[in-house]
Design a protein around this ligand. Structure first.
Ligand SMILES: NC(=O)C1=CN([C@@H]2O[C@H](COP(=O)(O)OP(=O)(O)OC[C@H]3O[C@@H](n4cnc5c(N)ncnc54)[C@H](O)[C@@H]3O)[C@@H](O)[C@H]2O)C=CC1
Ligand SMILES: O=C(O)/C=C/C=C(\O)C(=O)O
Length: 491
């Protein structure tokens, strides 16, 4: 008998202000990755359902009051959504932990509050926006308005489902657009509640629609091809971004992509290891390493390699792996069987590439009721060859690779030796070096002596294959608005 309290749930579609079943009666199962228990069944949206959702969003955009109501009124409703999320935070955190396998307390203390903040931040930010004015002497005056674009398809992955969906929904709604949301098929639970939360907050029917289903030949592809969708905001795998771009090109949809990463976490010999070690452990193993910003390769200056390895290994051995619902747990399973196979295939690859296993590399010892869960110990390798696959490919699991280097130039070369460029981390007490490295690592965010510190006004996104465009502050609003210039003759 499982110790985990499961929550059997039927996940329906939310279209035009109400829960509906799939018109094709197609259903898929949702599993708890800690036990493989079925925790819910979800309705897969057919083409007809996606079409209804997109048309409802279009109608709400064209006819409804959402686009034309005052910014103050719109934003107060978005803030109310944030309040409801906080009122329901225990329930949402419990569902997120069940669905993704992440520790409940991480969802409760970090991700669900951040989801609420994603909405309240953009509501407040939108209210402070002005426009440009360009007087042409006494004869003409130009002024700019930022108007909503239309219907947005918001497609999100399974690693931080609720947080990442609200990160898109906040600016989308604040700017006056309407939305059709599709969470990942692996983790539909929390996002399925966003429609009812919006409705309770007083947001008109049709403005927030949530559909469920898969990617290719399913709900994801249908929405990216739909003529009523104007723009697509997507977070997920780089190859999926390419597929979405191709489909969206048929009707020239605007796209913003936040894709994969393989961050270099560079530790110089003058770094404060008392800070660098615990934060690097977080960066490697938070959410079982299923974070696009994960510091999954740690470049360590050779003169401190032995000390770093000893301390890092000790800290990894103290991470409690276990039941996501247990308050002591620091790391749960990975999200699904398919993903477990992908992640654990890198154990074989590491062996073939002669990496040195420092810690982990197998299933942890766990109570019987977790024996079917997709667990892997926090795993640490040293790999001298920076071209090895574990140094360049996104594993998206609890596997971290330590790569020794001697000089600053070498560290930079290794850091940039990947197709990705989402973020990087530098540990040093040398201010000039911190700036030099930050300028030369080709990535969208560099954290110096810290990691995953987020100011929601700052640009967030990737260089190279890590994305297209930026989210955050006015960057998000630019994506979700059309700039219009109005030129007035004054005489
Ligand atoms: N934030 C990030 O950078 C993330 C990266 N990943 C990477 O992606 C890998 C697989 O994770 P998945 O969730 O399977 O990512 P994915 O990119 O396959 O799926 C993300 C979302 O896109 C949808 N989708 C898939 N194919 C589509 C298509 N052709 N058209 C429209 N929508 C489509 C999915 O149903 C899901 O909602 C991970 O192993 C990791 O490498 C995953 C999650 C987050
Ligand atoms: O903090 C944000 O806004 C986004 C974080 C995104 C990830 O960590 C992810 O996609 O894994």
């Amino acid at each position: 008998m499982s110790k985990i309290q499961t929550h059997i749930k039927e996940v329906k579609l939310f279209i035009n202000g109400e829960y509906v079943e799939s018109s094709s009666h197609s259903i898929f199962e949702v599993k708890n990755p800690a036990t493989q228990e079925i925790i819910a069944t979800a309705h897969e949206a057919s083409y007809e359902d996606v079409d209804r959702a997109c048309r409802a969003a279009r109608k709400a955009f064209e006819e409804g009051p959402w686009r034309t109501m005052s910014v103050a009124e719109r934003c107060s409703k978005i803030r109310r959504m944030a309040e409801i999320i906080l009122e329901r935070k225990e329930e949402l955190a419990r569902l997120e932990a069940l669905d993704v396998g992440k520790p409940y307390h991480v969802a409760l203390e970090r991700e669900i509050p951040r989801a609420a903040e994603n909405l309240s931040f953009f509501a407040n930010f939108m209210e402070q926006q002005g426009g440009e004015t360009y007087p042409m002497g006494e004869e003409f005056l130009n002024y700019t308005r930022y108007e909503p674009v239309g219907v947005a398809a918001l497609i999100t992955p399974w690693n931080l489902p609720f947080m990442l969906t609200t990160w898109k929904l906040g600016p989308c709604l604040a700017a006056g657009n309407t939305a059709v949301i599709k969470p990942a098929e692996t983790t539909p639970l929390t996002v399925s509640l966003l429609g009812e939360i919006a409705k309770e907050a007083g947001i008109p029917d049709g403005v927030v629609n949530v559909i469920q289903g898969f990617g290719p030949d399913s709900a994801g592809e249908y929405m990216t091809d739909h003529p009523d969708v104007d723009l697509i905001s997507f977070t997920g795998e780089t190859s999926t971004g390419k597929a979405i771009m191709k489909t969206g090109a048929n009707s020239l949809k605007r796209v913003a992509f936040e894709l994969g990463g393989k961050a270099a976490n560079i530790v110089f010999e003058d770094a404060n290891l008392d800070k660098a070690i615990p934060v690097s452990i977080q960066a490697a193993f938070m959410n079982s390493g299923q974070v696009c910003l994960a510091g999954s390769r740690i470049l360590v200056q050779r003169s401190i390699l032995d000390e770093f390895v000893e301390k890092f290994k000790q800290a990894a051995s103290e991470l409690k792996v276990g039941d996501p619902q247990d308050v002591e747990t620091k790391m749960g399973p990975v999200v699904s069987e398919e993903h477990y196979k992908k992640v654990t295939s890198y154990l074989e690859i590491a062996k073939e590439e002669n990496a040195t296993l420092v810690f982990g590399g197998k299933r942890p010892d766990l109570p019987d009721y977790l024996e079917e869960g997709y667990y892997l110990e926090p795993t640490i390798y040293i790999q001298e060859n920076p071209n090895a696959r574990i140094c360049r490919e996104e594993i998206f699991g609890p596997i971290v690779t330590l790569i020794p280097f001697d000089t600053e130039e070498e560290a930079l070369e290794i850091a940039n030796n990947t197709d990705y460029g989402l973020n990087g981390v530098v540990w040093t007490d040398n201010l000039q070096r911190a700036h030099r490295i930050s300028h030369h690592v080709r990535a969208g965010t560099i954290w110096v002596n810290c990691w995953f510190v987020r100011d929601l006004r700052a640009p967030f996104g990737g260089f190279k294959k890590s994305g297209i465009g930026r989210e955050g502050g006015h960057h998000s609003l630019e994506f979700f608005t059309e700039a219009k210039n109005i030129c007035i003759a004054l005489k």
